[in-house]
Design a protein around this ligand. Structure first.
Ligand SMILES: Cc1cc2nc3c(=O)[nH]c(=O)nc-3n(C[C@H](O)[C@H](O)[C@H](O)COP(=O)(O)OP(=O)(O)OC[C@H]3O[C@@H](n4cnc5c(N)ncnc54)[C@H](O)[C@@H]3O)c2cc1C
Length: 532
């Protein structure tokens, strides 16, 4: 039964869906958000998995959230507080380590301990990445122009980009082209000689992709993850007080204040279409809700292949959606701890005993280690020795654990969605053991201080969060799936072949991460098209 009529229904209460809802509501539209889970946030969610311990179950650090969204939605007033994450510590099997911190002079000294040449190159590299980030930044809030179209607006944007490119110093032009084509390691090889430095830096190139650090195309993903660092808003990666769910909750609060209605435990089953126009949704409980437009923040496989019937879409488009690559490659192990893990205290500094645990801890001791982790995944196994990116948010934000206890978040790659042998439900504990055993090689007390272990597999990401094939970004962030190709050629501007049906999640430009840009861009497009 249709109970109400809205201007817009947003499918999915992840941070992008909520962002779209907030902007539409602020423009005076009557908006309804429908979220399948019992809690808002999607992959940016905090849950009390064990009493007293609040896990950022999926995403765990923030840097990419667009400053204009923070400002326009006044998120600090709605509870958003970003706490600095101080650097990255990489322990090595030899007992040595690499410890980069936010203090530039200290990091330079630390890198010089490994290689004087690299310490010089580090400054140059930082400068070049900032330049390239500046070049790419305006693209984040752009409707991606389609180079195959003669639409004057798109042509003007292409010209704008071409002019900006021409104005770059020659070396930055070369760098930009190399970033688009090279592997993360090949790109870093041009600057650095220290293996552990290259291994740790290259890790950002593989996050959320089914590629290795030596696979061409991964250099660009380095830049994607570097982008937040150039905004000056947080300068680098940070933690959100209360976990990443607090980001989603702040956006939800802003949306509600502007008049949006938000429902949880409201699973959409179908998008209602009449005469090629979306006019509402049908929920799993049988309710129908009608609206002038529908914006979907869930991935394209769910939106187009599950919520719609095949005959409702052009064949060519359906084929493009079938071709869109998910190939999830990551998992998560969240630990409730009785004490802090004893990762060796850096000898070469006089920082406090736990200072090295306040930033990210990266299990990426060498480029070969990283590539071997990928080798396992290529042949359908989770990595026997995985790349692990760890944070211990309770050190910075005591609100997430009882006094004296800690939460430790371990992002793990590779955990391929398609296993050659067995199922993820059968392999869950073995995978969790592999992660703990790998960590215990560096922090021997770990096994004895675990109070609770939550293992999130790629299958869990699909079943519980609706992320097809467990891809953390609603589809790989590879060049052939970015910009005017995300999620499909010709349909990268948040519209779809169905009138009044829009896309507004990470599967649209500029892609995944707690960024909010897809949600905001989609709202701008919707408001432009439906101007009253
Ligand atoms: C394990 C993991 C680690 C990550 N780490 C980081 C990180 O540290 N930093 C970072 O910036 N990014 C990280 N990311 C990526 C980032 O979290 C996501 O790109 C981002 O949160 C996606 O937001 P979204 O709103 O586009 O989509 P989602 O968060 O996927 O939201 C979609 C929502 O739709 C809901 N939904 C699904 N089906 C239905 C239905 N039928 N009806 C109604 N609702 C439905 C889902 O429950 C979900 O709430 C990580 C992601 C994962 C999974």
């Amino acid at each position: 039964m249709s109970l109400a009529t809205y201007d817009a229904i947003v499918i999915g209460g992840g941070h992008n869906g909520l962002t779209t809802a907030a902007y539409l509501a602020r423009a005076g539209r009557k908006v309804l958000v429908l979220e399948r889970r019992h809690v808002l946030g999607g992959a940016a969610v905090t849950e009390e998995v064990v009493p007293g311990f609040r896990f950022s179950v999926c995403s765990y650090v923030v840097s990419l959230l667009r400053p204009e969204i923070i400002r326009e939605l006044d998120l600090p007033r709605h509870g958003l507080e970003i706490l600095p994450l101080d650097g990255t510590y990489t322990p090595m099997p030899t007992g040595d380590y690499l410890w980069r911190v936010n203090d530039h002079a200290k990091t330079r000294r630390e890198i010089a301990r490994h290689s004087r040449v690299d310490a010089e190159a580090y400054d140059e590299y930082g400068r070049a990445m900032v330049e390239m980030g500046r070049f790419v930044k305006p693209i984040l809030s752009m409707l991606p122009p389609d180079p195959t179209s003669l639409d004057p607006r798109g042509l003007r944007q292409l010209l704008f980009l071409a002019r900006r490119f021409q104005r770059l110093p020659r070396q930055d032009q070369y760098n930009q082209i190399q970033l688009m084509t090279m592997s993360a390691v090949d790109f870093l090889d041009q600057w650095f000689e220290t293996d552990v430095l290259k291994a740790t830096m290259s890790a950002s190139g593989i996050i959320g992709t089914f590629l290795g650090v030596r696979s061409p195309g991964t250099a660009y993903v380095l830049l994607h993850h570097y982008m937040g660092e150039i905004d000056g808003a947080f300068r680098s990666w940070g933690l959100c007080r209360g976990g990443t769910g607090a980001i989603s909750n702040a956006i939800a609060d802003a949306a509600r204040e502007a008049g949006a209605e938000i429902r949880t435990q409201a699973a959409v089953e179908r998008i209602l279409v009449r005469g090629n126009r979306a006019y509402g949704v049908a929920l799993a409980n049988g309710d129908e809700i009608h609206a002038s437009l529908v914006a979907s923040s869930v991935d394209p496989r769910l939106t187009f292949l599950r919520f719609l019937e095949r005959g409702q879409l052009p064949d060519e488009f359906v084929e493009d959606i079938h071709r869109y690559k998910f190939r999830g490659s990551s998992g998560k192990v969240n630990l409730a701890l009785d004490a802090l893990p004893d990762f060796p205290v850096p000898r070469h500094t006089n920082a406090g005993a736990h200072a090295h645990l306040r930033g990210a801890i990266s299990i990426s001791p060498s480029v070969d280690y990283m590539e071997r982790a990928y080798d396992d995944a290529k042949y359908g196994r989770f990595s026997r020795r995985p790349y692990i990116d760890i944070v211990i948010p309770s050190l910075t934000d005591p609100s997430v654990a009882p006094p004296g206890k800690h939460v430790m978040s371990c992002f793990v790659q590779y955990a391929p969605y398609h296993l050659k042998e067995g199922t993820w439900d059968e392999k869950r504990e073995e995978f969790g053991d592999t992660v703990v055993n790998t960590l215990a090689e560096f922090a021997p007390n770990l096994r004895n201080i675990i109070l609770h272990r939550q293992v999130v597999t790629p299958l869990d990401l699909e079943r519980e969060w609706g992320l097809s094939e467990g891809n953390i970004f609603q589809g790989e962030l590879t060049l052939e799936q970015l910009f005017f190709l995300r999620p499909a050629p010709g349909w990268a501007q948040y519209t779809t072949p169905i009138d009044s049906l829009y896309m507004c999640g990470s599967a649209t430009h500029p892609g995944g991460g707690i960024m909010g840009a897809p949600g905001r861009n989609a709202a701008m497009r919707i408001l432009r098209e439906t101007r009253r």
